[in-house]
Design a binder for this molecule. Sequence first.
Ligand SMILES: [Zn+2]
Length: 336
Amino acid sequence: MDYSLLKELTQAWGVSGREKRVREIIRREVEGFADEILTDALGNLFCLKRGVEDPDKKTIMLSAHMDEIGAQVTKIESDGRIRLCRVGWVWTASMYNDKVIFPNGTVGVVGCVGNIEEAKNDVTKLYVDIGCTSREETEKYVRVGDYCGFVGPYYELAGDRICAKTLDDRVGCFMLIEAMKQNRGDFINDIWYVFTVQEEVGCRGAVVAAERIRPDIGISVDVAPDHFYPCDLEGSNAVGAGVGVTFGNPSAMMDEYLVDEMTACCEEHSIPYQRDVMDRGGTDASSINLAFYGTRVAGISIVDRYPHSQSSVISKGDVEAGIRLIDLYTRRRFIF
Ligand SMILES: [Zn+2]
């Protein structure tokens, strides 16, 4: 499989609320593969593939978010240093001594106003040094209110591992695009491939997207944390152990029937999968679940080491299993 598109997606700049560059790449890719394409006021991108007429037809909403975590400029000090507040869940420890980039290409190094250990996880204790020594000079490049995101090049590691910034959730976007391209021939369900905005600040894009579509089934396609490295989480999720079928997610209860159908789909087609219990965080499934009069939801996940950092690690095998699962699952006949 060609991963150049995933590389391009991870390197695009798109902090929550500013997803335009990511959306433009996706729009270029999906042109010609969907029956309908539209963008709403918040910036969600919708692509519909219409199924054939069938009494059991369901409307399915697949959701992958385009936005990434980052920070916003709150103040520029007289010595030119830039102060920040967080946009989404940012780890102070992963930002420290690394770089951030502004949409105009300005790069800065992140330092701390005191001892980094004492900063705990308070992003307001950090500053960005873009090389300027006065407020006036800095303001030629960066202003209060500007957003910055991580710098995290794309690398292929040993085995089948990929390392990059923003795999959360550009890998989900990549999987939706690839599944859409593969989806040919007859199928019964109407499938909406939705690329959402503002997930990292509270799954906001998915709220209005679900209201527009009013799906029978909502499926978030997102990353879930790996549990097999020294960290503060414990569980069974492992990079390389197959695509994740979401069993647990603190933000939404997955529909029992949909989860059973998903594991059955994996078994029938010999798709390697793992039972993902995500014990922290949430996904767009939460917003879809509570939209309209309530929607059945499920989740497809890619297990991710070092999530919400510049150096997330995932497995190509998991991604390829995930693309097959999306394609085969959305072709199923759901009876309820
Ligand atoms: Zn995510």
